[in-house]
Design a protein around this ligand. Structure first.
Ligand SMILES: *Cc1c(COP(=O)(O)O)cnc(C)c1O
Length: 383
């Protein structure tokens, strides 16, 4: 496998070889916990499936290639992957993160890791200068998520990588919303890229999984040790399903972006819609950064209603037919969510308001159905 190959080719071929035992073209589901050893210590690279499993291994190599990374580690969920990153740190260490973080990440940081002595700062991250005042001798990590969830803020990964380098901090980028097709944070200077594979990478709303990709050998040794010691791995069946999903990631992302752009413009022109959050608008405060670091603008859009009524927002999401009201995003089917009562319910109301998660805010994960049906559905639900 040539790492100069284009994304589309890597998605289908990277890390995947015909099965050595049978020639099977598709990576088999190695549903086994352990492996025969002819003599003690002699084996074919696999001893026990918590440590390494051939189906998971193929997936890890494939996904690493999509992030232009040397190493990849798959976990049982996105949060398990985030948790592994936190275990790189020691009590007393400090992390600086964005203030409109994914709700589950916020909960993991503040309700779990804070109890073990880590300290978290949440702040706006428009410019590296916004956080310089928070950096002290205990600061060890910067955690960015871009585009952010659900208000589609864009963080300049390259600019924060410069700051991380200057202060010798680990920069982690949650790349879930962009997917590796649209954005590759390691190429922009991040040390670790994290994915909730559950979303665009898996793409079919049938698997929960997380992933880390990185180039640094020292960090890889530590994270592989954590992956094996903690054991929050994904199983072979899920690895197979994700390998299957990845083969069409580029095609799906192209359609998500195309449909997303049409929906964003349509919503913006609708009289009942107040704000529309989508980084593709020239009026978006960080449109230029989005254009610089992303290949396209994705299929995630949030909007608010004129009057900001929670009841009207509830009616709207309940009346949709093509869109399904559900948590999650990034699948082939269109989903709608109400962050204040769903994904971000774990964040206190005052904190939510500060970052624009108001009562009528609705988040759309625009799927890959026909655009006419998507728009017709929005039209009938809004009337
Ligand atoms: C869903 C999500 C996560 C958590 O991933 P799980 O697979 O649900 O554990 C983390 N970050 C973002 C941006 C997400 O959307």
């Amino acid at each position: 496998m040539n790492d100069k190959m284009k994304f589309e080719t890597k998605a289908i071929h990277a890390g995947i070889e015909p099965d050595s035992a049978t020639g099977a073209i598709m990576t088999p589901i190695y549903q086994t916990s352990t492996y025969a050893q002819p003599r003690p210590g002699e084996h074919k690279g696999y001893e026990y499936s918590r440590t390494l499993n051939p189906t998971r291994h193929a997936l890890e190599k494939n996904l690493a290639a999509l992030e232009n990374a040397k190493h990849g580690l798959a976990f049982g969920s996105g949060l398990a992957a985030i948790d592994a990153c936190m275990r790189l740190l020691d009590p007393g260490d400090e992390v600086i993160s964005t203030n409109d973080l994914y709700g589950g990440t916020y909960r993991l940081f503040t309700k779990v890791h804070q109890r073990y002595g880590l300290k978290f700062h949440f702040t706006g991250m428009q410019n590296p200068s916004d956080i310089e005042g928070l950096i002290n001798e205990n600061t060890k990590m910067i955690w960015v998520e871009t585009p952010t969830n659900p208000t589609m803020n864009i963080i300049d990964i390259e600019a924060f990588a410069g700051l991380a380098k200057k202060h010798n901090l680990i920069l982690v980028a949650d790349n879930t919303f962009a997917s590796p097709f649209l954005q590759n944070p390691l190429d922009l200077g991040a040390h670790i890229v994290m994915h909730s594979v559950t979303k665009y990478i898996g793409g079919h709303s049938d698997v929960i999984m997380g992933f880390l990709a990185l180039n640094d050998d020292g960090l890889q040794d530590k994270l592989a040790f954590i992956q094996n010691s903690v054991g929050a791995i994904c199983g072979p069946m899920d690895s197979f399903l994700v390998l299957r999903g990845i083969k069409t990631l580029h095609l799906r992302m192209e359609r998500h972006c195309e449909n997303g752009a049409k929906v964003a413009h349509w919503l913006k022109a609708h009289p009942k819609v107040d704000k529309v959050y989508w980084p593709g608008f020239e009026s978006h405060p960080n449109h230029a950064v989005a254009k610089k670091q992303m290949k396209d603008f994705g299929g995630m859009i949030s909007f608010t209603l004129v009057g900001d009524s929670m009841d009207e927002a509830f009616d709207l999401v309940s009346n949709m037919k093509v869109f399904t009201l559900a948590e999650s995003l990034g699948g082939v089917e269109s989903l709608a969510g109400h962050p204040a009562s769903m994904t971000h319910a774990a964040i206190p109301k005052e904190e939510r308001a500060k970052v624009g998660i108001t009562d009528s805010l609705i988040r759309l994960s625009v799927g890959i159905e026909h655009i006419d049906d998507i728009i017709t559905d929005l039209e009938q639900a809004l009337s």
